[in-house]
Each structure stands twice: as structure tokens, then as C-alpha cells.
Ligand binder design. Sequence first.
Ligand code: ZN
Length: 343
Amino acid sequence: MRAAPACALVLVLVLVLAGAPAAAAADPAEAALAARDAYVSPRVLGSAAAPAERELAEVAAAMADAGRPVKLAVVLGPTGAPSLPAYARRLVRTLEYEGTLLVTRARGPVVAVGSRPTADMTVQMRAARIGAHANQVERLTAAAALVVPPPPDERGELLRPALGLLAVAALGGGWAAAVGAGRAARGRRRRAAEARARARVRLDALRAHAGALLRRPGLPPGERAHVEAALGAYADAVSALRETDDAERIAALDPPVAAALVGLEGVAERVGAPHPRGDIFAGLCAVDPSHGPAGATAPVGDRPDAPVCGGCAEAAAGGARLVPRRIPAGAGGLPFTAAAEPV
Ligand SMILES: [Zn+2]
């Protein structure tokens, strides 16, 4: 019948279409790293996977801004490969990635594949006892800071001959100026990324405090109006944050946030609610202030009894090792509490 070839074609198409997502789903790390720079397997960290991945994404973003592109992953195992190094090499090949890829499992060393020889990076990581970090995020962050090469124009040995041969003879000062301009632009981007992450975590905390007050039963209408004013300041700052990539403009968003916090403290005091007392993160989850008020305690990072939200308490009870949200700083990162003081 004439319809047969068409049927066969449809069948082939169905098989191809069905096969493509199935292949990608076989290794969730590969699918994730094709789209972004960090991946944490929920099968390794459970409900702590998402916050850990966000931390790694921030580290990767800050390093990319510093001209040191990196992808960071915590995987269950070397899916479909005989060893973790073989798996990492395959990932770099499949993703056609030109930066440095760092992979680790729940426990054990970090494997790095990139422009530097893998053996050199391994020796360096062993010497620094990178594998001794029990926490996967800290392990990858420390490894990345150690082995990911600086941008080409900051490698003195490569830059000097280039300038000697090219810039002086042919290009005059133009090349040197272009190198300097590139570095200045990267510095600006990095400062903006740091200011933005800092502003974002403070805004998350402001919203969490306001939300907790709004959910209080019997909040008088006059006090509700004060809380809504604080939420208005929050919304203004969020949209202003979206529209700028200038570190100083981002920092200028902080005074209204601090003022809104003072307003919320007034409300809390008048209605007898616990209040932040000048510390924007007080009373909120020590893993991530955006989780909201803390109602329990659990080990977080190196604090044995940190205040945490219900979700984090549950994750800790299930064996997850909780770490505080990080904000980028230089080539690494800091716990979000580094943003506690107004600018
Ligand atoms: Zn939490």
C-alpha cells in the first residue's frame, strides 16, 4: 500500500523523537550541564541539592566573570563510563566545553578536565587535600579556586612575548589598551555580580520578615499598611535591580531596604512579634533566608545548632548536610551572612 512508507516514516520519527529525550534523561548531569554551569544530583543531596546547586552556580558565575569559566557537578556516579575521570572527559567532549569541568561524588576526590593537563591538576588537588572536604560544595569550590587557570591575558608568561612581538612593533598601544579595557570590563561585571547577589539575599530576607508579619493572625489594619509599604519598597528594589548592571547603582538600592526593615521592626515590636533587631537575617533560616522564619535547629556548615526552617530541619533529619547559601566574592564565595551589614 502507498500508505506504508508514510507509516514507516512516522514510526521512525516517533522512535527518533522518543529516543532523544530518553538518551538525555539517561544522564541528568549531562542534560543539566548543557544548559547551565552547575549540577547537583538530588540522589546525592536530596532536598539540599537545589540550594547546593544554587551555591555552585553562583561560584561558577563569579569565576566566569573573572575570566575563569568553569562547570561544577556533584554526581551519583560515572554514568555509563568505567571511571569518574573517563566520565568527566566524555562530558567535556559531548558538551564541547572549553572551560574547566570539575566533577565529584558524595565522597572522594574531585576530577578536573580542562585546558590544563588533568594529571597536573590532580597532583595539585592531592597536595591541597581537596578530597578531605566532607562537604561537596566546599570541595568543588576549593578545587576550582585551585586548578582553574587565570584568563589568558593575566598569564604573564603568555602576555609578555605577545606584547613584545606584536604590540610594540605593529599595534602600538592599541593592543595593550584593549587588554586593559577587557580586564576593566570583567572587573566591573564581577563587582556588579557580587553587589547583585548581596542585594538579592537582603531583599529575600526583607520579604521573609514581611511575609511572617502578614501571616500573623489578627494583624491590625494600620500595621498591615506598614508591612505593605515595606513590601512596596521590596518590589521597587527588585525591579530596579533588574534594570541595572552597575555595582554602585545596585548598592544605592540598599538604604530603602534598610529603612523598610526598620519599619518592619516597629510593627513587630508593637504587635509583640519576634523581630530582627537590626540584623536583617535574625530569626530566618540559616541555610537560606528566603526559606522564611526558623522554627527548629539543625547543623548548618560548622554551626551545630543553627536556626532552620521546617524544610531544612526535615532534610537534616534525613541525613542531608546543610550549608548556608553563598554569595560570590572574588573567585570564590562567602556565606550569605557576609551581606548582613548595610553597604
Ligand atoms: Zn531552610
